[in-house]
Design a protein around this ligand. Sequence first.
Ligand SMILES: NC(=O)c1ccc[n+]([C@@H]2O[C@H](COP(=O)([O-])OP(=O)(O)OC[C@H]3O[C@@H](n4cnc5c(N)ncnc54)[C@H](OP(=O)(O)O)[C@@H]3O)[C@@H](O)[C@H]2O)c1
Length: 272
Amino acid sequence: MTLPAPDPDRTCLVTGASSGIGAEIAERLAARGLGVTLVARTGPKLSDLAGFLADRYAVRAEVIATDLTDDAARRALPGEVAGRDLAVNVLVNNAGFSTVGPVHRADPEREVAMVRTDVEAVAHLCALFLPGMVERRSGAVLNVASTAAFQPLPGQAGYAASKAFVLSYTHAIREELRPHGVTATALCPGPVETGFVAAAGFDQAEAAEAMPRFMWVSAADVARAAVEGMHANRAVVIPGTANRVSAALAWMSPRGLLVPMVAKRHPGLRRR
Ligand SMILES: NC(=O)c1ccc[n+]([C@@H]2O[C@H](COP(=O)([O-])OP(=O)(O)OC[C@H]3O[C@@H](n4cnc5c(N)ncnc54)[C@H](OP(=O)(O)O)[C@@H]3O)[C@@H](O)[C@H]2O)c1
């Protein structure tokens, strides 16, 4: 079993903890008695959640409101945590979003912000926090990818490629970390009802049409599977049987057949 035991000098740093999957993962960690440090841009939401977790689970819950697209803000994170006399022994790289539509009609700045949040921040935070875990021979990393990691996705090209990075990267660091007593797990959810759908520019009806009901899993169930998967030292966690089957099929299908089919069904390409 691999999640570290509760320790007043340690914290689980969870990015994207102001809503959705990140907030639920923070709660599942707190429910195990682990202290949490909640990171996202929206400070008041983080403070509300921190207050709730501290009251309900009697854990230390810290807040760092920051924009993870900002390289200097990311570099400041280890100092901010150390300044509170804490060390990060669980890192959850969950913050992320998707753009929707063909790249040739995209806002270039938004495309770059997506890659900064979904890829650059994951690699940067791992490089910043893993040395301490390796030195202490204790720690766990959860990187949030997506079932989109298993296939190219016309209509969300940059997003699926970003998540493919996260999945490949997590498999690789898992092996690097194995001799040092630190684990790495990739979480690959299918569709989940969170702020993600609206932030991507889908309306709920389009999302429901593109992804049948039986594929949707609640954020609470995704978080439960994620934290149990970390604890069981799983390499990859895909919540929901239908999502596991569809990810396996997508992974094995010839690209020449699969990608044109996916392009035909994607609402972000049909409406533009
Ligand atoms: N929902 C799905 O269907 C689904 C499926 C597969 C994978 N995922 C992945 O799951 C993760 C969580 O998404 P979610 O569904 O829970 O969506 P969400 O409710 O929209 O949450 C996204 C979180 O990321 C934070 N965030 C976004 N940009 C940020 C930035 N520049 N700096 C700091 N924090 C930032 C947001 O907080 P602020 O706005 O306060 O900064 C929010 O807390 C993402 O990586 C997403 O790709 C989601």
